[in-house]
Design a protein around this ligand. Sequence first.
Ligand code: MG
Length: 384
Amino acid sequence: MNPLMDKTVAIIVAAGKGQRAGGERAKQWCDLNGRPVIEWSIETFQTHAAIDDVIIVVGSDAPENFTPSGCRLASGGETRTQSVRNGLNAIEAPSDSTIVLIHDAARPGLTHTLIDDLLHALTSHVAAAPALPVQDALKRQQGTELASVSREALYRVQTPQAFRFGAITRALNAAEDDLVDDLAAVERQGTEVKLVKGSDRLHKITYPEDFDMVSRMMAPQLASPRIGKGFDVHAFEPGDHVILCGVKIPHPAKLKGHSDADAAWHALTDAILGAAALGDIGDHFPPSDDRWKDADSGLFLKEAQNLVSKRGYAIGNCDITVICEAPKVKPHREAMRQRTAELLGLPLDAISVKATTTEALGFTGRREGIAAEAVVTLVPTSGA
Ligand code: MG
């Protein structure tokens, strides 16, 4: 616990039967995006720096193996209000100023930002809750007739609802057991409640169709695909072959360089690093480092792939253009594609190798060296 802050406890109420959601099991125990609904809220509370303790109030329908680490369990009561009282009673050594966040297990879309907003609200008030203005037109049915109801100053109130322990326990002790929510208890005491901005993400799962909607809102937002471009040049020096895309091509000269001077793979490596804004090949494999002397450029390419993979990206496809008068690249093109696909573990149709001349113009036209260009796409994997 932060010594400058009051003890802060989250109480998750999970004792409801949730029959309206249609399933045999209460909704908080059903799967949502790969884990039980309740676990999303537990994790959000437990990973928030201000939360000291998480208490879960469970009913008799809780799964037998439900023992979430780092949480304490309390027993549900006959009514929701009684369950909340049991949760409050389970707080260890509370003081009047202890902060309590009371949350419905069926609202998995809780965020740290909302917890921050509620805790901030409790610096000036003893009760706070997230709320959204009513946007739909409201009608009251009176017999066969409808009457319009003004939505001005009407709010939909969500959870967690945040209180100072003294305020909520006194209010609940004085309240009947028919409360629609915990705010209702303090309202009756004439307590001023601070409303903070709620969120559609916090929608309560009540009906079977709610699962789909909440699941979509909580799905990880995939990052956008990215594109990168690379360019490299190496000059000829005396020799008998060049290496392009890891393939040895006979030629009456070789490419000059610190490593194996594979201009095509250097361009591709730069394109991959560039797509993830991770600098360039010289940053990662400086020519001043003797480890890279005569190195196989496949090492650079593979390392670039590993680096972007750690950032949550996979290589989608790449397109390499080799620019020279000689050697003739076309006879080696398929071998170059295959070697590149094999090294990167990608399908052959993800790798394109093309070649062109510069019509005898410029340094490549004068047969002074070879240039290569590459473009690559990175696609986000689920972890991005
Ligand atoms: Mg190079």
